[in-house]
Design a protein around this ligand. Structure first.
Ligand code: BGC
Ligand code: CA
Length: 354
């Protein structure tokens, strides 16, 4: 019966959308008695979602996890194409279409204030995800929350993979100077994940008493093509002096591995340790083949699900984590834990990306 109702509601909404029937944009549908005939929005609220760009490996998995829920909400999905101006316009459009809540993956981590101003003016709650806004921005609006991770955790875990693998493989110190000569592929500057991973990975290694020497650090903007280009240039410049490749995400690491392969690594006893974050399926393949030491699981499935769960709750006028398994901190954030992944526990990551 429930299912039938849902189907009926869905098809009547579809008809309304296709037939260009005027959508009634009378606001508080929530407060209407549940018996009125004009209630489709109450059963399946409109939720406006933006992804900073569809062309991002990791975000495509978060998107998939959100979209899986399209039976319980009318999802308005937007590709912001890495353009904050475009995203701001998309938010205006979604508000005018009568969304009951917004789930926003910012283009620019500093772009939250503009979005909040728009949402506030329309009295619509916002769930930011993946790119964490400042606490000042989040606290400037009582209907704004964040779903993501604890960025520093991924740095520390990546550091631990470096520590364990370095200690287990004395031969990786090619010049025998007792230091790790490393190159750092950084994500988008100013992105909390990129800043934290760059800082805390190396800090963890140093805290463990290992010595490091940074040969290079540049941004590859999370992108595999840029990761490859940077690695090409660094191999040309430093060759075998490089002893470890540290990447803020798998995308860039995969590009670096392509470059390394083209430069004769991973055969005839030529090896380069590479570590990153996300543990997306392509990276798991590399870990299995031994061309990547490890990665840190960035749980796309649960981040997408938490984003949706909160967005649905607030769209229905409920408290954000009402009836869910998520925990909200004082900082108005739900933080999904990371997990260090190596060959030994690869099955966990495979499961998380199914
Ligand atoms: C992921 C990256 C991704 C970025 C997008 C990070 O958490 O690790 O792979 O490109 O988010 O904002
Ligand atoms: Ca060395």
């Amino acid at each position: 019966m429930k299912k039938l109702m849902a189907t009926l509601l869905a098809s009547s909404m579809l008809l309304a959308a296709c037939g260009g029937a005027k959508t009634t944009e009378t606001k508080p549908a929530d407060t209407k008695p549940s018996t009125t005939a004009a209630a489709p929005a109450a059963g399946k609220p409109k939720i406006g979602v933006t992804i900073y760009k569809y062309d991002d490996n990791f975000m495509s998995f978060v998107r998939r996890s959100i979209e899986k829920n399209n039976a319980t909400a009318d999802l308005l999905m937007n590709d912001s194409q890495n353009d904050q101006g475009k995203q701001n316009e998309q938010v205006d459009t979604m508000i005018s279409k009568g969304v009951k809540s917004l789930a926003i993956n910012l283009v620019n981590p500093q772009g939250a204030a503009t979005i909040i101003a728009k949402a506030k003016a329309a009295n619509i709650p916002v769930i930011f995800f993946n790119k964490e806004p400042s606490q000042a921005d989040l606290k400037s609006y009582d209907k704004a929350w964040y779903v993501g991770t604890n960025s520093s955790e991924s740095g520390v875990m990546m550091g631990q993979i470096i520590i364990d693998s370095w200690k287990a493989n004395p031969a990786w110190d090619k010049n025998k100077d007792g230091k790790i000569q490393y190159v750092m592929l950084k994500g988008e500057p100013g992105h909390p994940d990129a800043e934290a991973r760059t800082k805390f990975s190396i800090e963890a290694v140093e805290k463990a008493g290992l010595k490091v020497e940074k040969l290079e650090e540049q941004t590859g903007m999370w992108d595999s093509v840029k990761g490859k280009e940077l690695m090409d240039a660094w191999i040309a410049k430093h060759g075998d002096k490089i002893e470890y490749v540290v990447a803020n995400n798998d995308g860039m690491a995969l590009g670096a591995i392509q470059s390394l392969k083209a430069n004769g690594y991973f055969k005839n006893n030529k090896f380069m340790p590479v570590v990153a974050v996300d543990a997306i399926p392509d990276a798991l393949t590399q870990i299995k083949e031994g061309t990547m030491v490890g990665s840190v699981l960035n749980d796309a499935k649960n981040q997408g699900q938490a984003t949706f769960d909160l967005a649905l709750n607030v769209a229905n006028g409920k408290a954000p984590i009402d009836g869910t398994k998520w925990k909200l901190g004082e900082d108005k954030a739900v933080r999904v834990p990371y997990l260090a992944i190596t060959k030994a526990n690869i099955a966990v990551a495979e499961e998380a990306y199914k």
